[in-house]
Design a protein around this ligand. Structure first.
Ligand SMILES: CC(C)(COP(=O)(O)OP(=O)(O)OC[C@H]1O[C@@H](n2cnc3c(N)ncnc32)[C@H](O)[C@@H]1OP(=O)(O)O)[C@@H](O)C(=O)NCCC(=O)NCCS
Length: 170
């Protein structure tokens, strides 16, 4: 299979925060943001693999800033590494200032998707070829994050997580 670049998977999803999507402080409800991130990231994973994709894990979410009702929120998703059947997707959330139009980063997350066939069995996907320095650094660190996710899910023994262990051996 021919390698693809991260930018071929880039997905941008912009929407308003409506009152029905907020918590009692009138800020965006966390679950709604998770769903928006899941939607954008799944499109990104689908663009890379051209397959049905399912969310396998949410590896990291940082709710750094609250997002008030009425905000214009943009979710950007991009595949950071492809393994055999799974993909890591980086997500950044920006809020647009109403007057200046300037965007500021409010949240980040990392999701893992698996490409599956019509029966839900994992299928092989194209490799990813990172181009920029940021893409290369995310690509290089992705195996460590995959091992951590698998260890936490009880799908890998800590002893087999070689990349993860290397972090503590320097
Ligand atoms: C995701 C799913 C297909 C994985 O099935 P599985 O039996 O674990 O399959 P495998 O062991 O062959 O793993 C498939 C890939 O997923 C990866 N994977 C599985 N669980 C993972 C986790 N918790 N974190 C990171 N990667 C994971 C494996 O490492 C493997 O990657 P690779 O082929 O790129 O090396 C299966 O668990 C599933 O269908 N889950 C439900 C998904 C869903 O419905 N999501 C929506 C939320 S409700």
């Amino acid at each position: 299979m021919e390698a693809k670049t991260p930018k071929e998977s880039k997905t941008t999803y912009t929407d308003l925060v409506l009152p029905s999507e907020t918590n009692p402080l009138n800020n965006l409800f966390g679950g709604e943001l998770l769903a928006r991130m899941d939607r954008a990231a799944s499109i990104s994973a689908r663009r890379h693999s051209r397959r049905i994709v399912v969310t396998a894990s949410v590896n990291h979410v940082a709710f750094n800033r609250s997002i008030p009702v009425g905000s214009v929120v943009t979710v950007e998703a991009i595949v950071s590494r492809a393994f055999r059947t799974s993909m890591e997707v980086f997500i950044e959330v920006y809020v647009e200032d109403r007057e200046s139009g300037l965007r500021s980063l409010s949240n980040e997350a990392i999701y893992t998707f698996v490409a599956v066939d019509d029966l839900g069995s994992p299928v092989a996907i194209p490799p990813l070829k990172p181009e920029t320095d940021l893409e290369i650094s995310r690509y290089d660190a992705a195996l460590r994050r995959k091992q951590l996710s698998l260890v936490l899910a009880g799908k890998m023994k800590a002893n087999d997580a070689t990349e993860l262990k290397a972090l503590f051996e320097d």
